[in-house]
Design a binder for this molecule. Structure first.
Ligand code: PGA
Length: 267
């Protein structure tokens, strides 16, 4: 696992946006897996700025979102469909037909979930999956105890997740949808690269368990230790419970040196 620790959220965003920019310049028809929540908002703003100021082109990009609540219309102000329009899609040129978000109103859930998985495969698989992390270590809406091999399906949200999302639903837990469609942990693990982003003290424990703890369904993000190309990009606060901070910083500094050619003896 590559762990990149940045002093601030703004710098964390800059590093993650640069990874996506680099990948998109190499592969214009990039397939992006996208996350909602407060963490990736700065990343979407940075990518939108790149689109506006330097013409970074998203016209051949395909996207797949991780999850969506079940039981609220797409037009609900706090649906993830609305979130993506507001924070990203309205500001870049990804064709509408290339954007995929699980369908919150699908009645035939099982069939829908299978079709969603098939659409990812048909698109050639996800090149880069953006992930946030819940305080309980969830990725997507894969709550603790989710099978580490799970596929896209409906999950019941934990009380903690309902409470974390209550501010978006008028402050009352009762108003938060109790279920969500989410890509499975196994689905996420098939992405060619994962970018796990986290900032703030409230994520420190989850990050410590995910990065340095045992691999366990109790902390679904911990399975990313088995992923060959996961980059964890976090700020100092989210890194504050990690044991190997000095080593991660050394690894990152050496990688920058290698990439710039500065590591080699030029004689
Ligand atoms: P957040 O949510 O980015 O709003 O903290 C992350 C998550 O729960 O997956």
């Amino acid at each position: 696992m590559e762990v990149i620790i940045q002093p601030t959220y703004a710098q964390l965003v800059a590093v993650s946006a640069e990874i996506i920019r680099g990948a998109l310049l190499k592969k214009p028809n990039l397939v992006l897996g996208l996350a909602t929540g407060s963490t990736p908002i700065g990343l979407y703003e940075a990518l939108a700025r790149m689109h506006k100021t330097e013409g970074l082109d998203f016209s051949a990009v395909t996207t797949f979102n991780l999850d969506e609540y079940v039981g609220i219309p797409r037009s609900h102000p706090y649906s993830y469909h609305t979130f993506m329009e507001t924070h990203f899609f309205n500001a870049v040129n990804i064709p509408a037909e290339n954007r995929h978000i699980p369908q919150s109103t699908a009645v035939e859930h099982e069939e829908f979930c299978e079709l969603y998985e098939a659409a990812i495969v048909n698109a050639g698989g996800i090149d880069i999956q953006v992930l946030g992390i819940g305080k309980d270590g969830h990725i997507g809406f894969n709550e603790p105890s989710s099978s580490l091999g799970s596929r896209t399906r409906i999950k019941t949200l934990t009380q903690g997740t309902l409470e974390a999302n209550a501010p978006h639903f008028g402050g009352t837990v009762d108003a938060v949808p109790k279920m969500a469609i989410t890509m499975g942990v196994g689905t996420i693990m098939e992405a060619k690269q994962c970018l796990l982003l986290a900032n703030g003290e409230s994520k420190a424990e989850a990050i410590a368990h995910a990065v340095e703890g045992p691999i366990t369904a109790e902390v679904p993000a911990s399975v990313l230790q088995m992923h060959p190309r996961t980059v964890v990009i976090i700020d100092e606060e989210a890194a504050s419970q990690l044991k190997r901070v000095a080593y991660y910083k050394q690894v990152y500094a050496n990688k920058q040196k290698l990439l710039s050619g500065g590591y080699y003896d030029k004689s």
